[in-house]
Design a protein around this ligand. Structure first.
Ligand SMILES: CC(C)(COP(=O)(O)OP(=O)(O)OC[C@H]1O[C@@H](n2cnc3c(N)ncnc32)[C@H](O)[C@@H]1OP(=O)(O)O)[C@@H](O)C(=O)NCCC(=O)NCCS
Length: 144
């Protein structure tokens, strides 16, 4: 598989709260993925004000967790494997960081895109308990 990832950056400034940031930029300079990671309790604290359900599920876990906050591939470059490559690279980094589970919200950019996004994440091995993820905003998880 093509790699496409050009730059991987860690931002440790969040370490005051034990939560670090990971950013992976693709070779085109526009497509990118960002994620947060840290111990389950710190992650739950971080998520609590935005996503209370996710925070509850995280707080019951042990070890380190990650949350993919954004992923975007430049429009003309879609369907060439870049999005998949960004996630695969992020998962490799996360494995090296000893992260046990990776979470994300599937938030399609528009209603027409919802089923494509479900396919995108399910092909990568993410799973959801949401009975109808194509309605948008489903929580997905992948255990590493
Ligand atoms: C979601 C996104 C990152 C996917 O990036 P990408 O580089 O196009 O994805 P890939 O080429 O790796 O696609 C892998 C598979 O996902 C599925 N998929 C991705 N986009 C699809 C689409 N528009 N329609 C149908 N299936 C799609 C396909 O199964 C595809 O495999 P295939 O091309 O062999 O059929 C990109 O479409 C995007 O940036 N969307 C806008 C932002 C967004 O909605 N981000 C998600 C927020 S949670």
């Amino acid at each position: 598989m093509e790699t496409y990832a050009a730059a991987v950056q860690y931002d440790w400034t969040g370490l005051v709260s034990d939560v670090g940031q990971l950013a992976i930029e693709a070779d085109d300079g526009e497509s990118a993925l960002t994620a947060q990671f840290g111990p389950a309790r710190a992650m739950a604290r971080e998520m609590a004000s935005y996503f209370p359900d996710l925070a509850r599920s995280m707080s019951g876990r042990a070890g380190r967790l990650a949350y993919i906050g954004t992923i975007e591939v430049a429009q003309p470059l879609r369907r060439q494997g870049r999005g998949t490559a960004l996630v695969v690279r992020a998962l490799d980094e996360m494995r090296d960081l000893g992260i046990r589970s990776v979470y994300l919200h599937a938030r399609p950019e528009g209603p027409d895109f919802a089923e494509a996004l479900v396919r995108f994440y399910e092909r990568l091995g993410f799973e959801t308990d949401d009975p109808d993820p194509a309605l948008g905003d489903a929580v997905y998880r992948l255990d590493l």
